[in-house]
Design a protein around this ligand. Structure first.
Ligand code: ADP
Length: 297
């Protein structure tokens, strides 16, 4: 029996891609897509040629996170063309193929696997330095397929995104063990939403009980008497990380810990608007430096 023709086609397509990075998470909602999007913006900002492939088939968020809603994929004789956010940043997502973003994709495993295979076989990425693959949460069928298809052409490794609390870390351990079983190197773990940090001046008040009034009075007092203190970062722990969070888990499991990214309202806004958090009007004073230092590792 000869080689699998699909694998041959994928290997040929992937021969123009230098590095392939999988972004994984144990749970949904921990910021995996936000990280994938910002990682791609950062790499593109360093003048690399970057492709971002969103294979979160049931919850494709890339069109929105990159400000590309309503765009469509075009086909040429070279294959499917990604949608370009910038000249050196192309994106492929099933989100571009759905009639509207409210449409649910109710597919069983084999159909999802077929689409992933098609994405890998048919998308024409040009010569790129990095392909960032935003995978669905968990360790499902799709993960096994993507690993299987990509492994033939070499995967650099996986970055796992988590929040600090134990419920999320339990699933990260599974994710690490999945990577070890299938032979994908874990490039490292990112702890996202690791506390809330923002300049005092940006603290917004919500009407919850009477504690608001006290905080508001403190801030007004600072505004009048010591405005320079308004630039000081107000940091607070949101999730319980008394167990040592992701950093300790990484030590225990022998995988690299890449760093912490705080919950940052500016990052949330950048993601909502589909913008890079590193430059322009959406530059995030708190989370961008944290993300930069992680990406440089
Ligand atoms: P996942 O891909 O893991 O399901 P998302 O990346 O879609 O998670 O993030 C879920 C929500 O949390 C999004 O609205 C995103 O903008 C927001 N978010 C993610 N990380 C942060 C952060 N560090 N600070 C503020 N908001 C964040």
């Amino acid at each position: 029996k000869g080689p699998d023709p699909d694998l041959v086609a994928i290997a040929e397509r992937m021969s123009t891609v230098k590095h392939k990075i999988l972004v994984l998470s144990g749970k949904g909602g921990v910021g995996k897509s936000t990280f994938s999007a910002q990682l791609s913006f950062a790499l593109a900002g360093m003048d690399h040629q970057v492709g971002l492939m969103d294979i979160d088939i049931c919850g494709p968020s890339m069109p929105k996170m990159l400000g590309l809603e309503g765009h469509e994929i075009h086909q040429s004789n070279l294959g499917w063309s990604p949608v370009y956010v910038e000249e050196n940043l192309g994106v492929m997502s099933i989100g571009f193929m759905l009639p509207n973003s409210d449409e649910a994709v109710v597919w069983r495993g084999p159909r999802k696997n077929a689409l992933i295979k098609q994405f890998l076989k048919d998308v024409y990425w040009r010569d790129i330095d990095y392909l960032v693959v935003d995978a669905p949460p968990g360790t499902s069928d799709e993960h096994i397929s993507i690993v299987q298809y990509l492994q033939a052409t070499g995967i650099d490794g996986a970055i796992i995104v988590t929040t600090p609390q134990e419920v999320s870390l339990i699933d990260v351990r599974k994710e690490v063990s999945f990577c070890k079983k299938v032979g994908v190197p874990v490039l490292g773990v990112v702890e996202n939403m690791s506390g809330l940090s923002q300049p005092l001046a940006d603290v917004k008040f919500m009407e919850i009980g009477s504690s608001v009034d006290v905080t508001q009075k403190v801030i007004s007092c600072l505004r009048e008497n010591a405005p320079e203190l308004l630039n000081v970062l107000a940091c607070s722990e949101v999730f319980d990380s008394s167990g040592g969070g992701a950093e300790r888990m990484c030590r225990e499991m022998g995988v690299p810990f890449l760093g912490k990214v705080p919950l940052d309202p500016q990052l949330c806004k950048a993601a909502e608007q589909g913008k890079s958090c590193f430059e322009g009007n959406n530059k995030c004073s708190v989370s961008a430096p944290a993300l930069k230092s992680i990406i440089q590792k």
